[in-house]
Design a protein around this ligand. Structure first.
Ligand code: AQP
Length: 343
């Protein structure tokens, strides 16, 4: 059977990018799981420590994230859902893997640079020694997250491919140096949708931690505000028919991508239908589709947030289920490394 593993950070309300790039596809996969396969999803709270947080907000956000996953239709009786920090094996495996990870390959990862860049030039920050070790080493924790369950498949959005390459390099280094084949090479299961871009500045991706509320649609806001944000989305001043051209027309193309993913039609199917619309009419169409798509998650989120005891109980049970698998695999890895307690 397959073992599918993925995670999401509790760094704020889930947005349309998280939904189309991750949670919606997780839900689709989960519905088709056969009885020999398993899906494990975690709230990546340890990952959110890689950038400074308001730590008392983080506690609340961890539960909001849990509720959001369930609101996206994921069923905790079929899928194991838990908080990463409640399963200490994640960091125990990470330590072992850091001893197989080359500084050079971590240095080539783009995501820490993007995050360090938020506070100035990444290269200069690096030279100053200002980049935090956790941010730099974060792809190794990510590798540990999936190798802990010996994942066969990792379903993620289009922005995560590079980290999974590193994971496979680590598997190769580990298996070669230990002369074993215990760790699987996990396959990347890429979400069908393109990356969803920031509504105000389509040169960037839509991001939870973006301070500009107008830049993102969240699954927790009401339909009226979703519509307002789409109507205000940045497009371009090019006249004539609407075209899908991510290079020259990133704003319009982003709206077409969103329309495609929320109505399950391909870009090729959509373009002839919308090419003669005004930009305003395209936005109306996209807004209708988004509001319709997020209606049920939105309703369920509100319902779940009114049941904190249920969320707590489910997350404790999820962590227990995850630990049962994780501790077995970790023991095996430690045994390979000569660290078992047997005589
Ligand atoms: N804009 C996006 N389009 C498509 N997919 C996306 N994902 C994130 N942004 C987009 C996918 O969502 C999953 C969870 O992401 P994450 O929480 O681990 O962190 P992230 O990728 O760093 O997401 P954010 O929203 O940008 O969070 P912050 O602002 O905290 O960094 C992943 O599968 C990702 O591909």
């Amino acid at each position: 059977g397959s073992m599918l593993v993925s995670g999401i950070q509790p760094t704020g309300a889930f947005h349309l990018g998280n939904y189309l790039g991750a949670t919606k596809t997780w839900h689709t996969i989960a519905r088709k799981l056969d009885s020999s396969s398993q899906m494990i999803l975690f709230i990546a709270d340890l990952h959110s420590l890689t950038v400074p947080q308001n730590y008392s907000d983080l506690k609340k956000q961890r539960f909001e994230a849990y509720a959001s996953l369930l609101a996206c239709g994921l069923d905790p009786t079929k899928v194991t859902i838990y908080h990463q920090s409640a399963v200490p094996e994640h960091t125990q495996l990470q330590w072992a893997l850091t001893c197989f990870a080359g500084m050079g390959s971590l240095n080539r990862m783009t995501q820490w640079k993007a995050k360090a860049d938020l506070k100035g030039d990444a290269q200069i920050q690096n030279e100053l020694g200002a980049v935090k070790l956790g941010l730099f080493a974060y792809p190794v924790l990510m590798a540990a997250d999936v190798l802990l369950f010996n994942a066969t498949h990792v379903p993620v959005g289009q922005d995560q491919a590079q980290h999974l390459e590193l994971t496979r390099d680590l598997v190769s280094a580990f298996n070669k140096q230990t002369k074993t084949k215990f760790l699987n090479y996990p396959k990347t299961l890429m979400a069908p949708s393109n990356r969803i871009l920031n509504l105000r500045d389509p040169s960037k991706k839509m991001s939870k931690s973006d301070g500009d509320e107008l830049s993102k649609i969240t699954i927790t806001e009401d339909g009226k505000s979703m519509r307002t944000k789409i109507m205000k989305a940045t497009t371009d001043s090019i006249e004539g028919p609407l075209t899908f051209d991510p290079e020259q027309r990133p704003g319009i193309s982003n709206l077409i991508t969103i329309y495609s993913a929320t109505t399950n039609q391909t870009i090729e199917e959509i373009v002839p239908k919308i090419k003669d619309l005004s930009k305003r009419d395209l936005k109306e169409l996209v807004a209708d589709a988004v509001v319709r798509e997020l209606q049920e998650p939105n309703r369920m989120y509100k319902e779940l947030m009114a049941s904190p005891d249920l969320l707590h109980k489910l997350s404790v049970e999820g962590a227990e289920k995850a630990r049962a698998v994780a501790s077995k695999n970790l023991k095996q890895v430690y045994k390979i490394l000569g660290m078992d307690m047997e005589k």
